[in-house]
Ligand binder design. Sequence first.
Ligand SMILES: [Mg+2]
Length: 125
Amino acid sequence: MEIKKTILIVDDSEFVRNYHSYILEQAHYQVITAVDGNDGLEKLYTNPCDLVLTDINMSNMDGYEFIRRVRAEAQYSGLPIIIVSTESEAKNKMKGFDAGANLYIVKPSTPEMMVENIRMILPAN
Ligand SMILES: [Mg+2]
């Protein structure tokens, strides 16, 4: 039996959460969603996740702070984190990498590109 890898999607837009969930489920990943950084941390603490896709602009806790808090915990030092954001400027990307992101995808991205990027970081699925 195939064991599906689990991806946590953190985004304050219901449309984006649903859209990304659909794309990833089509690619045979198991998906968990969270509505902001706080919710993301809670979901991460209660579910084993193989990779995180996170937005930047979210109320309560934005993506940068979320990533910093994840990286502050030793058990998540190797967890792959991909930012998916409409912010396309270099300063945003640098801030994301400084926070601890592994990759930065600018929205809108094609489903194919998103899945390719995830496979690059999380092989064998
Ligand atoms: Mg947002």
